[in-house]
Write a new protein. Structure first.
Length: 415
């Protein structure tokens, strides 16, 4: 819609023509709320409560410990991992669901460093998600072998590669700006330099096309509670390329990563392939919820999801320019669609109270320090007309300076 005024009527027409529109009814969304924070916590699928309740009352309550076999509980990490693998272009038997993204990053990064024992540099971008950087710092300290974390700007990654770099660790879609790396090009550059490539797919899986096999990625991690709609604290996933399975060794050698967990041998023997990434007992109820969200994502053609995502993020950015000009907002998300994930980030000096005022009016996005208003677009349940209504609310908050009210100033524990 570039170059022309956007109207609500035009957006209503887009909603009528939207092939993904039926998916909205698969989610439980509160009346009076425009939810633009699915890149932080996905909405609740309608099928999840009944499925989890059945796991609690029937499988746990009646089946008791028998359900590890009878209900297939022990198969959940590999089964759900295989489904996520289909969303991210991973070959069969290369994705395992386990632990949190941070723990999986620790495992994957340690495994990557061990593959390059003569190198000592972990290369990442300065605005990578902080937990990724913290994990890298902590692992380097723990290893005590002189590893260092080298941070550069996103556009400087290729130029920072040399024969000291052991692992390139990047988030595919940046949490702060929504900028997306060219996975294939960056991976190829890392490999030319002899480095291992590790991708964090937290803001990619289920939102943008990902093909780990085609990109020849080595390792990847990602979470289950954003665009996969697995629920708060849903378990994460870990990927290792099949060509690495014979060589890769994960540092947390728990009993479920053993080649024969129920043999109860006194010494560790790693399970073959990605099964060695498992550590402890699977979180059955969380995995049960996650599987519902992943199944919905698999039903939606990724090409249609991406097309709608790009259309909606473009519309949102253009609406902000059209309706909110002169109010100090600056778009920080790339306008080039090939470099953009499924979010729009706007900078404003009063970003925190503005977001609090929006949430009080039923428009839920989130704030990222120091000055970012972040709006996630989940095409499966966000409508085009909601974008219009959200921007009108933003315009009202800015024009009336409603955000200056005292109740919007205090910081909360979770921002």
């Amino acid at each position: 819609m570039a170059g022309m005024s956007i109207t609500r009527a035009a957006l209503e027409q887009l909603d009528r023509e939207d092939p993904l529109a039926p998916f909205r009814d698969r989610f439980s969304l509160p009346d009076g709320v425009i939810y633009l924070d699915g890149n932080s916590l996905g909405a609740l699928p309608r099928a999840t409560p009944a499925r989890v309740a059945a796991a609690v009352s029937r499988e746990w309550g009646e089946g008791l410990i028998r359900s590890w076999n009878d209900a297939g509980w022990m198969d959940l990490p590999a089964r759900v991992g295989g489904k996520i693998g289909r969303l991210i272009g991973a070959p069969p038997d290369s994705v395992m669901v386990a632990d949190s993204t941070s723990v999986n990053l620790f495992k994957a990064l340690a495994a990557g460093l061990a593959l390059r024992p003569q190198r000592r540099v972990i290369l990442s971008e300065r605005r990578n998600f902080p937990t990724d950087l913290y994990i890298a710092e902590g692992l380097a300290t723990l290893l005590g072998q002189g590893h260092t974390l080298r941070l550069v700007e996103a556009e400087e990654i290729a130029g920072a590669l040399d024969d000291s770099v052991a692992v390139v660790m990047l988030t595919h879609v940046n949490y702060h700006t929504g900028a997306m790396h060219d996975m294939t090009a960056v991976t190829a550059a890392a490999h030319r330099a002899g480095a291992v490539m590790l991708w964090d797919l937290a803001h990619s899986a289920g939102a943008v096309p990902v093909d780990l096999a085609a990109a020849d990625a080595d390792l990847a991690v990602g979470c289950g509670y954003k665009f996969l709609n697995g629920g708060p604290g849903a378990p994460a996933f870990l990927y290792a390329a099949p060509r690495l399975h014979a060589a890769v060794r994960f540092p947390l050698t728990g009993w479920l990563g053993h080649a024969a967990p129920f043999a109860f041998e006194p010494s560790y023997r790693p399970a073959a392939g990605i099964a060695g990434a498992a550590v402890g007992t699977p979180p059955v109820l969380s995995l049960t919820a996650l599987e519902i969200g992943v199944d919905i994502a698999l039903e939606a053609p990724m090409a249609a999801v991406r097309e709608k995502s790009l259309r909606q993020t473009t519309i949102f950015a253009e609406l902000v320019a059209q309706e909110c000009a002169g109010h100090g907002l600056n778009l920080v998300t790339p306008t080039d669609p090939t470099r953009r994930g499924s979010q729009i980030s706007l900078a404003h000096t009063e970003a925190w109270p503005i977001m609090r005022a929006l949430i009080a009016r039923g428009v839920i996005g989130d704030f990222r320090a120091p000055d970012i208003l972040r709006f996630g677009i989940t095409p499966l349940y966000v409508t085009h007309t909601e974008l219009w209504d959200a921007v009108q609310t933003l315009r009202e908050v800015l024009a009336t300076k409603a955000y200056t009210a005292p109740e919007y100033q205090a910081k909360l524990k979770v921002t």
